[in-house]
Write a protein that binds this ligand. Structure first.
Ligand SMILES: [Zn+2]
Ligand SMILES: [Zn+2]
Length: 385
């Protein structure tokens, strides 16, 4: 086809441009212009594919796969997208004129088959205008909203289908990472996002965690807080609690002692176990040679409710610089550890969120990293008799 030959020749000329010889402005214009034209060309290719799809009743996805080298799945998706865009000619043309990307147009095709075709037709110009200012994922939300607005039943059906595939799986791997998958209906996930997202915001300018890392930390924080504060149903006649098993040899820091272990996830680092111990009630369980419990006694002074409230009122949040985790998400930390003779008194206690608490016990943050203006004198570990 002659037009294609001419375009091919023009692309060949473009490819010969000495990019490193271009001035900044021309180079930028080149990148932006070619990218935009490429998007428009993809729109034309998609329209052509849509016409082919109409003429080939038993499907053209395999042919498209073989011609383009796409995966079968990707080719099938491209054909479906082209077919759906055929019923949205204004949206489809907006891709060809460069107003919106093919990806945005594809997101709008979520309406096809869900709304009355005449309604879509009358609404197309508004769809194009609305898509311009939205991201692809923003368009997905918008499309769901439009469908729900038009027909509550559609939303009910969608969520019922989502209910059917709901699941959560997780498994501890040999590398000490718990990995999992989940699928939750959007409606049911609302409170999850509402809790996780604010907690996953960047904590100050020194926070170098990725968004995904911040979300993972937030998830753990929520469950730490739940285990601590919530009236969870009893399990086996006992309130839900997080328990760790620490041998006497471990506590004494003996070489080769079995590591501290949690009931569900097994061995954990000393720093993490020490952070848990810092704000825990400890019991000594003595076992006899047959493994029978010989005695059970409380061995540490538990932080009282009154002390906890006082520390929360004074510190307001985690005292690590730049961190603003509220008290409900914080441990009460002993600045001088209990093993070093640190007493359970207000001057020796401070709020730390679990992440910063573990970092302290790892030695990665120290007193100067904490916001503790109420600390009147430097804390020296008292002599251990
Ligand atoms: Zn601590
Ligand atoms: Zn913190």
């Amino acid at each position: 086809m002659e037009l294609l030959d001419r375009l091919d020749a023009l692309v060949g000329e473009l490819a010969l441009v000495q990019l490193d010889a271009l001035e900044d402005g021309s180079l930028r214009a080149m990148a932006v212009g070619v990218e935009r034209l490429a998007g428009q060309l993809r729109g034309i290719a998609s329209q052509a594919l849509g016409q082919i799809e109409r003429r080939v009743p038993d499907g053209c996805a395999w042919w498209w796969r073989d011609e383009t080298g796409l995966s079968g799945e990707a080719a099938g998706y491209a054909v479906r997208r082209s077919r759906d865009l055929r019923s949205m000619p204004v949206v489809s043309d907006a891709v060809v004129t460069g107003e919106i990307s093919l990806e945005k147009a594809a997101a709008l095709t979520g309406l096809v088959g869900r709304l009355d075709p005449q309604l879509i037709e009358s609404f197309e110009p508004e769809l194009v205008a609305g898509a311009k200012d939205r991201t692809v994922s923003g368009i997905h939300s918008w499309v769901r909203f439009l469908i729900a607005q038009n027909s509550e039943q559609d939303l009910v059906d969608e969520q019922a289908a989502a209910e059917a595939i709901r699941m959560l799986q997780y498994r501890l791997g040999p590398d000490g990472v718990v990995r999992g998958r989940f699928a939750i209906p959007a409606g049911a996930f609302e409170p999850v996002a509402a809790v996780i997202e604010p907690l996953a915001r960047k904590q100050g300018e020194h926070d170098t965690r990725t968004a995904a890392q911040r979300r993972a930390d937030a998830l753990v924080d929520v469950f730490e807080a739940a285990a601590r504060w919530m009236d969870l149903p009893q399990a086996g006649g006992q309130p839900v609690h997080v328990s760790y098993v620490l041998g006497a040899e471990w506590a004494a820091g003996q070489e080769g002692a079995p590591p501290a272990a949690g009931a569900w996830m097994g061995p954990m680092t000393r720093a993490r176990a020490e952070a848990a111990l810092c704000d825990a009630r400890l019991h000594r369980v003595l076992l006899d040679e047959n493994g029978q419990v010989r005695s059970l006694e409380a061995v540490n002074d538990q932080i009282t409710r009154a002390q906890r409230r006082a520390v929360a009122a004074r510190d307001q949040s985690c005292v690590a610089h730049g961190c603003n985790r509220p008290p409900a998400f914080c441990d009460v930390h002993h600045l001088i550890s209990r093993e070093d003779g640190g007493p359970t008194v207000l001057d020796n206690l401070a709020l730390l969120c679990r992440r910063h608490h573990v970092m302290w016990h790892e030695g990665r943050i120290l007193l100067p990293h904490l916001r503790v203006p109420w600390l009147r004198k430097p804390l020296d570990p008292p002599m251990v008799a």
